[in-house]
Design a binder for this molecule. Structure first.
Ligand code: XIL
Length: 499
């Protein structure tokens, strides 16, 4: 049994009672089942909460634990181009991938295909043209069809070190920013991300598949990075997902945050993880935490309660966002991890003989609390940043109605020293073609980033105007934009005017 620090919550107390009775050899007549019937596996607890809980594996790791604990499987290496692609975009050597897909299917597990377009482990595809990449995309998607629930179409498209730029090495050398304005979405531009998703979407449509198409990356988990600066890589990913979901083409269905958390400042767990998951989910895509491992360095070499608490925070952030529909850990046991020295997974042991870590019990407990779980049962877990606090922040009451055809309503997630505001702009009884929201922020508040809006100003009176794709709102309909700030939003007022 795992221990928790602080006063035990009700569930812990019940469990302790049962264990004490058993230890004393007594028989306990249980006429009424406990009020909370906790599930005893990750997959069952996750299913109850409405998400999948998965694992990355290779055929050699398909012991009983995989199907017992996990409801989704990602081939750790066996669907990468270096494993299965020929230089002309054909398929070869698909046996290991087949083994994994078959195992998943016969155990009721979803499969995430991983991955089609990637600069690393490209094998014979290294340096290929977009046409060859498209051939490979078509072959791989049709090979397994709807047996693959989610495909990572593009993996790791953005640069390291928080530059906010695309990578420049192949396959990104296939992209062209023709007018040099920093994006790849104009008519003269080409974009390997867009072209690859277009091809993938076409194949899905032509074959009537249920497969969803994802973009996946790391160091994109928080709105901010360690030290509080903006997470430019997350913003760059957000801009791409927005461009390819909110425009005329809906190319991207899901976003993977790899979630390899460690003590690199760009890879730490920040308090705004949930807010970042939320803003992607608000674009109408599913969000998944796809390759979770949490370095023991983040808890001072503690793979007990410290690491367990980190896992709680991450799982809770996902659970608190309805659009976060799956969590996948990148391996079963620490010793078998690609980063074994970080001891970042849920089990110790190896070779089929596994022992649950404190982190395992924490994840199970958090999943058992479900989507609406709160921190009340776990005093040792500082999850306050990820709890929606809008009722306690006096922003909504001061929301004001615009005079000319729109209203702005605001919800705020706040934590000590910062907040994220989501502003909903609703058209009145007539359609509008543009809008401007004027925010009067309290002294000390400063805006550090915004999305779905053109902003002027960072403090005091700040203007937020529509951007190209969200100015037109039909009568009674709404759109949302958001911003992040330091300080507090308490006392802010917002006025909306149609432009
Ligand atoms: C890793 C595997 O775990 C290793 O076995 C392999 O040697 C290298 O790749 N991001 C990804 C994964 O998208 O495919 C990587 O997997 C880890 C980082």
């Amino acid at each position: 049994m795992h221990t928790t620090s602080g006063r035990p919550g009700r569930r812990q107390a019940l469990a302790a009672l049962a264990v004490a009775a058993l230890a004393a050899g007594g028989t306990v007549a249980v006429s009424n089942p406990p009020a909370i019937a906790a599930e005893s596996t990750l997959r069952a607890a996750a299913a109850k909460a409405g998400l999948f809980f998965g694992v990355a594996a290779s055929p050699g790791r398909l012991g009983p634990i995989v199907a017992q604990e996990f409801s989704q499987l990602t081939p750790e290496n066996d669907m990468k181009p270096d494993s299965i692609a020929t230089s002309s975009g054909g398929l070869r050597n698909t046996g290991n991938a087949d083994t994994l897909v078959n195992h998943a299917q016969s155990n009721g597990m979803l499969v995430r295909g991983h991955t089609l377009v990637w600069h690393s482990q490209a094998g014979q595809l290294q340096g290929a043209s977009q046409a060859t990449l498209n051939t490979f995309i078509g072959n791989a998607i049709t090979r397994w069809g709807s047996r693959i629930a989610y495909w990572d179409v593009v993996n790791e498209a953005f640069d390291d070190n928080n530059t906010g730029r695309r990578r420049t090495q192949w396959p990104h050398s296939l992209s062209r920013d023709a007018n040099g304005d920093g994006d790849y979405v104009d008519s003269g531009d080409t974009d390997v991300i867009r072209e690859s998703f277009r091809r993938a979407k076409e194949v899905v449509r032509q074959n009537n598949l249920s497969t969803k198409l994802c973009i996946n990356d790391y160091d994109v988990e928080g709105l901010t990075v360690g030290g509080g600066g903006r997470n430019n890589k997350a913003q760059a990913l957000y801009d791409v997902v927005r461009a390819y979901t909110q425009g005329s083409e809906k190319l991207i269905d899901c976003v993977g945050f790899q979630s390899h958390f460690n003590d690199n400042p760009n890879s730490v767990i920040t308090a705004d993880l949930q807010a970042n998951i939320q803003r992607f989910a608000d674009l109408g895509v599913e969000v998944h935490l796809t390759e979770v491992d949490i370095d023991d360095d983040l808890s001072g070499n503690d793979i007990g309660q410290g690491q367990a608490d980190n896992y709680r925070k991450v799982v809770r952030a996902c659970l608190n966002v309805a659009g976060c529909t799956g969590i996948t850990v990148w391996g079963i046991a620490d010793s078998e991890s690609w980063r074994s020295s970080e001891r970042g997974l849920l089990f110790t042991g190896g070779n089929g003989d596994y022992q649950k870590k404190a982190a395992y019990h924490a994840v199970l407990d958090e999943l058992n609390k479900g989507r609406s779980g709160s921190s009340s049962g776990s005093p040792s877990v500082p999850v306050s940043p990820s709890i929606p606090v809008s009722p306690s922040v006096p922003v909504s009451p001061s929301t004001s109605t615009g005079t000319a055809g729109c209203t702005a309503t605001v919800s705020v997630d706040s934590w000590t020293g910062g907040f994220v505001a989501t502003v909903r702009v609703t058209a009145g009884s007539s359609a509008i073609t543009g809008w401007r929201v004027t925010a009067a922020l309290p002294a000390g508040a400063g805006v550090t980033g915004s999305w779905n809006t053109e902003r002027s100003g960072t403090s005091g009176t700040v203007q937020f105007a529509n951007v190209g794709y969200n100015g037109r709102i039909a009568a009674g309909q709404a759109t949302e934009f958001g911003f992040q700030g330091t300080g507090t939003a308490a006392g802010a007022t917002f006025a909306c005017a149609a432009a």
